[in-house]
Design a protein around this ligand. Structure first.
Ligand code: ADP
Length: 513
């Protein structure tokens, strides 16, 4: 701000009879003035009408001893700043005898550095209105200048950092307009800075409109970082997935939203590959488990085939006599149809277990699914002298899910239990499978064995992939079981069985939950 009115030098008329007192008063006033300079400014100066320094008073607090410039004009002392143009403008002001305030200049220091000073001055006129010079003050501002410079440099550094980041940075105003972008934003979207600044995110964000922006901002109000998945569209029309982190903050009283987005094409691809690999593994595990129970499967299939043969022979007999018994032949043929249907069912069930493509989700009757698995595992149970007992709760609510996968879990748990009981005496090998619905209608399935039980120290590791204590184990069974149960929004856990052995249990949310 420039001071508006030049002031006049006060004229002091002294009465000779009061000479001593005014001298005293002058000395006191000088002292007061010096104290003022000492505590308020770094330098007090006066120049004459030719801008020559005629007085300089320095504060005692100055870090280095000041060099007096008395007798030199302003232009005779060395300056590093401002440049010639800055000086020319300042000189115009001085020549026009105008007041000035906070004129910043830099002088060289003896060590070759810069000392910044902010100077203010008032033109002085005598009683007849003639310009007699300037009076003014100066303040050393080197520290402040350094801090400002450091800030500018750190902002420039930050800018370089942001520009070289592989993520996209965008600064938005409250209403969603882009205020600033980094280089990656332009490179990844194919727009120039000028095209992006001033536009809204709707230019490149396929899922963004005014309402979405508003609701996102409302979520941000809490001061949290919101993380969203979105689809960005480049200028050439190609689309790629991004993860966006948004945060609102205040910049000079204005609300701003900073968005940092990262291209997640690779991450998505990896997740997809992982999913595929897991599906492959799940299938391989199922096929391996099926391999272990082939004897039961063969047995299950041979039963309807034998029945079909017997009934066909009987039908032939009933029809081959002199007076064919049509009614009996019809009964035999009906049995053939029933047994063939049963055989067909077994085949399609086995096929569904072995098939790679997942069957659609369905409402699963958990008790029935378990009974089918027990049928499959029967010969394995017999071979290892394991007594099986079931305690299936009647009227169990249905579970929404993939029947085959849930059966795979039960089959894995049964096979693990059989293997665990191999080491205990025949006659003590008992497998008990129970189902129940708990108070919140979760369906809980428990598979208990009377094997050696679980090593307490290792319980946490059982579900880790590749953890196995068996010479030919894969260590994938329980890990796959867990991921299947979790995909059904359920939980799989383990406990000690009473009086011995292990219990593996899982719970699943039901239709009625
Ligand atoms: P694998 O059967 O190939 O070893 P799993 O993931 O199915 O892989 O099982 C991991 C480990 O958990 C087994 O090696 C075994 O040590 C332990 N385990 C699993 N079921 C039981 C059980 N019923 N009783 C005792 N230990 C078990």
């Amino acid at each position: 701000m420039i001071m508006q009115h030049p002031i006049q030098a006060p004229s002091v008329a002294l009465d000779s009879s009061e000479r001593k007192r005014p001298e005293e008063a002058l000395r006191e006033s000088e002292e007061r003035f010096r104290t003022l300079v000492q505590f308020s400014f770094d330098v007090y100066w006066e120049t004459d009408a030719q801008h020559r320094f005629i007085r300089q008073e320095f504060a005692e607090t100055l870090p280095e001893p000041p060099v007096s410039e008395i007798g030199k004009t302003r232009w005779e002392v060395p300056y590093l700043e401002p440049d010639a143009d800055g000086w020319r403008k300042h000189r115009e002001m001085l020549d026009a005898h105008l007041p000035f305030r906070d004129f910043e200049l830099a002088r060289p220091t003896p060590e070759g550095g810069k000392r910044y000073i902010s100077v203010s001055g008032l033109p002085i006129f005598d009683t007849t209105g003639n310009f007699v010079g300037y009076r003014g003050v100066g303040r050393h501002i080197t520290e402040r200048k350094r801090a400002e410079q450091a800030l500018i440099e750190s902002e420039a550094r930050f800018r370089t950092f942001v520009d070289h980041a592989t993520d996209t940075f965008m600064l938005h105003s409250e209403d969603g307009h882009v205020l600033d972008v980094n280089r990656n934003a332009c490179e990844s979207l194919g727009y120039s800075r000028a095209e992006l600044v001033g536009a809204t995110a709707a230019l490149f964000d396929l899922d963004m409109d005014e309402a979405t922006w508003r609701s996102n901002r409302e979520r941000l109000k809490a001061g949290d970082i919101a993380t969203l998945e979105r689809r960005y569209c480049r200028k050439d029309g190609t689309v790629f997935p991004v993860e966006v982190r948004m945060r609102e903050f205040c910049e000079r009283g204005q609300s701003r939203v900073i968005c940092l987005s990262r291209d997640i094409t690779e991450r998505k691809r990896t997740a997809e590959t992982l999913r595929e690999m897991q599906a492959e593994l799940t299938h391989a595990n199922r096929a391996a488990a099926m391999g272990q129970v082939t004897a039961s499967v063969t047995h299950e299939l041979s039963q309807p085939i034998t029945a079909v043969l017997c009934n066909a022979e009987a039908a032939l007999n009933w029809l081959g006599t002199q007076s064919p018994d049509l009614e009996k032949a019809q009964q035999a043929l009906a049995s053939i149809v029933a047994e063939a249907t049963r055989g067909g069912e077994i085949i399609s069930w086995i096929r569904s277990l072995i098939k790679k493509a997942p069957a659609p989700k369905e409402s699963v009757d958990v008790n029935r699914a378990i009974m089918d698995v027990i049928t499959m595992a029967r010969s394995e149970l017999l071979k290892h002298d394991v007594l099986i007992q079931t305690d299936l709760a009647p009227g169990l609510p249905l579970v929404e899910g993939y029947r085959v996968q849930l059966q795979q879990v039960v089959l894995n748990l049964i096979l693990n239990a059989i293997e665990a009981m191999n080491g205990v005496d025949v006659g003590e090998r008992e497998l008990r499978i129970s189902t129940a619905a708990d108070a919140s209608n979760l369906v809980v399935v428990a598979v208990r064995d009377t094997g050696p039980g679980l090593d307490v120290a290792m319980v946490d590791r059982l579900f880790e992939p590749f953890y196995t204590t068996k010479p030919h184990g894969t260590g994938m069974g329980l890990s796959i079981c867990q991921s299947i149960i979790e995909a059904h929004r359920g939980r799989l856990w383990t406990d000690a069985n009473e009086p011995r052995g292990a219990v593996f249990q899982f719970s699943l949310p039901s239709d009625q939950g």
